[in-house]
Design a protein around this ligand. Structure first.
Ligand code: HEC
Ligand code: HEC
Length: 377
């Protein structure tokens, strides 16, 4: 991503601070700043945080900066590694003070296009709102910049001449000094540059029929067919219904969450008590086990899978859907997810041969974009 940035900084020096989605004449500049391929729409970007080259550069530095955590041990990148499409390869990660989180670290490819953030939230609709959580939250602690230590952490950046200059360049019209909002807006701007559109699948939809081999094309047909049903929830350019771009008005955003039948601990559809998905926010019993369908881009790099990392491989994910849910025979979470009354009607199970399952896995692997994981950042 640094490679893209340097080019943009040269092209856009001086004019970028006026950029914003409300200025359509600047659309080309934003597309260049974010590194959008031609077949990607402009993402929806809040008016109050238009991207600029200087904000993106500051955000990039902060993303890799362990001094951004209260005890200086952890950065965003410790849980979001570029080589793993910004996931971390763990079932669930551990925060800076040792708390093991209950949810799997999400990959961040094309995160600018989510219509909601995290595995299950109807309240986090922008990157700006989401990023405050790993930064500031005290339960669970991630970076742990809680009220009591906030000024101390921000002072680290004011006291560092290089950072002071980066903050000044990113926010030339504001009073000097680091603030939580400046940090969050810069991180959000950087995350919007995590664009992945160079997979074999992208070349295929651009018209290069040979970009996918025969097995992958068969897998794509199964993925988009009425027996496997995947496309009903994983649709469109990013293979998720939870997508929006600049063409979608706020009023038309439709949040989507589904229960995949992973658990049924009480015969009534409950998930383990420590994480019942959307229910944690709404307390509506019908929302137990509801999670957002994630984008499947770079999915081969971001395992283990599902909100709690409880499925190890892509093959097992497809087998999970073929079984129509998960039977857990013993242990604390024993129960038959296949018979959950809260499971989506689209997860009903299907007959599939081993070859067909292999083909769907091969298709999912075609969604990986090696350049995204290795471009300088
Ligand atoms: C301790 C590990 C950890 C750290 C540190 C961390 N994250 Fe995360 N990140 C996660 C987990 C886990 C989730 C899923 C959270 C959930 O669903 O409640 C997540 C979710 C996200 C998402 C939402 C992605 C989506 O598709 O909805 C973004 C964006 C994000 N993190 C960015 C950041 C940034 C920026 C930082 C640094 C300020 C950061 N993260 C620090 C583990 C971490
Ligand atoms: C009813 C909607 C629905 C259908 C149909 C569906 N999915 Fe999903 N998918 C989801 C949701 C929701 C999640 C996250 C569930 C969770 O974590 O509890 C998910 C998660 C996944 C994941 C793991 C994502 C990650 O980042 O860990 C993969 C891979 C996946 N689905 C592939 C498929 C395939 C292949 C099919 C077809 C066989 C399919 N899905 C059908 C909704 C659906």
């Amino acid at each position: 991503m640094r490679g893209k940035f340097v080019v943009c900084a040269v092209l856009l020096a001086g004019c970028a601070s006026e950029s914003g989605p409300e200025h359509p004449e600047h659309e080309d500049e934003i597309r260049t700043l974010l590194g959008l391929p031609e077949h990607f729409e402009l993402p929806a970007i809040p008016d109050y945080n238009p991207p600029t080259a200087a904000k993106i550069e500051l955000g990039r530095r902060l993303f890799y900066e362990r001094r951004l955590s209260a005890n200086e041990t952890q950065s965003c990148a410790d849980c979001h590694e570029q080589s793993l499409a910004f996931a971390d390869g763990l079932k669930t990660p551990t925060g800076s003070t040792g708390t093991v989180l209950v949810r799997n670290s999400m990959g961040l490819a094309n995160v600018a296009y989510n219509n909601s953030y995290t595995w299950a939230s109807n309240g986090l609709l922008t990157l700006e709102d989401q990023i405050k959580i790993p930064l500031l939250a005290d339960n669970p602690v991630e970076l742990g910049v809680t009220d009591g230590v906030r000024d101390e952490v921000l002072a680290r950046f004011d006291d560092d001449p290089e950072y002071a200059q980066l903050f000044e360049a990113a926010y030339p019209e504001e009073t000097a000094g680091a603030t939580v909002n400046k940090v969050v807006f810069a991180l959000a701007s950087f995350c919007r540059t995590m664009i992945s559109g160079g997979s074999p699948y992208d070349r295929f939809i651009a018209g290069d029929r040979d970009a996918l081999d025969e097995q992958q094309r068969q897998g794509m047909a199964l993925f988009n067919g009425e027996r496997f049903e995947c496309f009903h929830c994983h649709s469109g350019i990013l293979l998720t219904n939870a997508y929006r771009d600049a063409n979608v008005d706020d009023a038309d955003v439709r949040l989507v969450f589904f229960n995949n039948g992973l658990y049924n601990v009480d015969g009534e559809g409950s998930y383990p008590e420590y994480d019942q998905g959307l229910f944690e926010q709404t307390q509506d019993p019908n929302h137990r086990g509801l999670f957002r369908p994630p984008s499947l881009r770079n999915i081969a790099e971001t395992g283990p899978y599902m909100h709690d990392g409880s499925i190890a491989t892509l093959r097992e994910v497809v087998e999970h859907y073929a079984a129509g849910g998960r039977l857990i025979e013993d242990g604390p979470f024993a129960g038959d997810g296949r018979t959950s009354p809260l499971k989506s009607g689209l997860v009903r199970g299907f007959e599939a041969t081993d070859e067909e399952i292999d083909a769907v896995v091969a298709f999912l692997e075609s969604l990986s974009d090696p350049e995204f994981r290795t471009a300088p950042s």
